[in-house]
Write a protein that binds this ligand. Structure first.
Ligand code: HEM
Length: 460
């Protein structure tokens, strides 16, 4: 029993569950304020879960004794049903093997090679963006989602991946992800989903997207090698010298698309919002880009040249961590200090709560990029800040994501002036990812100083 951990009663958990579904951050932060940095409650009044913002407990669960913790049902079972086996949905030895293989796709050399594909993809997306901003204020959230998804998709399948195929796969992932969330939040509807044809409809959609991507994989087996992630997945070898099958390459590609789908775009949306309300920070970031890059696009070789901008990105990911929580299941009973974690219980690493903890950050709601100056970083207790998770399952795309964010931000800030449209309420919505609930509307105009046109950036 986890008697040493303060808890919310089953009854209170049950009566709070509609509020929890509406705004989990509000409810969990209120519990944490009352009960401290580790507490118990019952998900939907049913399943016991231990929530923690304590860095010692988080470090133990994600890193020190990571072997004892599995990923949650939503990730492994439900996503596995649609996505097959791959990095996001496997555990133990099969996961370790895949991780070793895929890691190569994200090393320095590969990111250098991907920069050109990413730049071209962005230049193409900006042509569309230019058209949209002519029509009036835009909601930046879907725009950034389109930019980042196209970039990840082309990083995977190469520059020749057709725009209509990107759109089809993106729509499929969005629709299937929403369906998975419904299956999880309303499990009692699952038999109905099966008989009504809803399940089949989503399975068919996924199969169609699979077939499109499989064509690219099959074609690549007979083509000249590319400098994209697909090539690195195909070239990777297990210890016995075997490579991945087409089906495995497909399943891993799909998983990377899902993992890279909404994360960077959410981070970027919040970042632009924060900058739009802080002109002095905006100016400094723009100056840093101008000083280092002039008119040139940003590539991986440049990423270390923007210390101030990097602090701004880190602070934005602190205030609005796209993965607002990380969930695990304890395999066997475990203990960290006074905290006893019973076998089978769910552990919620409440990332948003840890990033907003007063004892760790002093004035957590304030936007202060200097928190991430090197000196301050050195003094920070590990696992008080973890936008990319931690331990062996730390985000495999974290360097890629930083490159992507810097690349897009550098282009937007040098090309446009922008302001928040008045009269909107900017609110957080914590589903799988922390999104802006009502979007973020902004008006963009072409900046006077720099006259870089997207059409000039698309390489011939
Ligand atoms: C700002 C952007 C991003 C954030 C904040 C982020 C955050 C995270 C976090 C917190 C985890 C750990 C989840 C867990 O432990 O349960 C994770 C895992 C993962 N991320 Fe990211 N991510 C980002 C971008 C990306 C991108 C762009 C890609 C791929 C192109 C990616 C691929 C992955 C994969 C494959 C995993 C699973 C790794 C494993 O289990 O071994 N992420 N990410």
């Amino acid at each position: 029993m986890s008697a040493s951990i303060p808890g919310v009663s089953r009854f209170r958990s049950f009566t709070d569950s509609p509020a929890l579904a509406r705004n989990p951050i509000k409810v969990l932060s209120a519990y944490s304020g009352l009960l401290g940095s580790t507490f118990r409650f019952y998900l939907g009044g049913l399943k016991e879960a231990i929530v923690t913002i304590d860095p010692a407990v988080i470090q133990h669960v994600l890193k020190t004794n990571a072997e004892n913790y599995r990923k949650s049902e939503i990730q492994v079972k439900r996503m596995g049903h649609f996505l097959g086996k791959g990095l996001l949905t496997t555990e133990g030895e099969p996961w370790r093997n895949q991780r070793r293989l895929i890691q190569k796709g994200f090393d320095r050399k590969q990111l250098d090679a991907l920069s050109a594909i990413m730049q071209d993809s962005l230049a193409e997306s900006l042509l569309e963006f230019d058209r949209r901003i002519e029509e009036g204020p835009v909601d930046i959230y879907p725009q950034l989602m389109e930019m980042t998804f196209a970039m990840v998709a082309r990083s995977l399948f190469g520059a020749k991946l057709k725009r209509e195929d990107i759109d089809l796969v993106s729509d499929t992932i969005c629709t299937v992800q929403e369906f998975i969330v419904r299956q999880t939040l309303q499990p009692y509807l699952n038999p109905w989903f099966a008989v009504s044809g809803e399940l089949k409809k989503h399975e068919d959609m996924r199969a169609q997207a699979d077939n499109v991507l499989l064509e690219y994989i099959k074609a690549r087996r007979h083509q000249a090698p590319g400098s994209d992630l697909l090539q690195s997945l195909m070239d990777a070898r297990y210890t016995d010298g075997e490579g991945m099958s087409d089906a495995m390459v497909l399943s891993e590609s799909m998983q990377l698309l899902v993992a890279g789908h909404e994360t960077s775009s959410n981070g970027l949306s919040w970042l632009l919002y924060l900058l739009s309300t802080r002109p002095e920070h905006l100016l400094r970031v723009r100056e840093e880009f101008n000083a280092v890059l002039g008119d040139a696009p940003l590539s991986h070789a440049d990423v270390m040249k923007f210390p101030f901008t990097t602090q701004i990105i880190q602070e934005a990911l602190r205030l609005y961590p796209p993965f607002w929580m990380i969930d695990r299941m304890a395999v066997e009973e475990d203990r960290v200090g006074d905290v006893v974690i019973p076998a089978g219980s769910m552990v919620i690493v409440y990332v948003y709560g840890a990033h907003h903890a007063r004892h760790a950050w002093g004035d957590p709601e304030q936007f202060r990029p200097e928190r991430f100056v090197k000196e301050n970083e050195k003094q920070r207790t590990p696992f008080t800040y973890m936008p990319f998770g931690g331990g062996p399952r730390v985000c495999i795309g974290n360097q890629y994501a930083m490159l992507q964010i810097l690349m897009i931000l550098s282009m937007i800030l040098r090309r446009y002036d922008f302001e928040l449209s008045p009269g909107q309420e900017i609110e957080e919505r914590a589903m799988v990812i922390l999104r802006p609930k009502n979007g973020i509307k902004m008006r963009f105009t072409h900046a006077d100083i720099v006259h870089t046109h997207a059409s000039e950036l698309v390489s011939a």
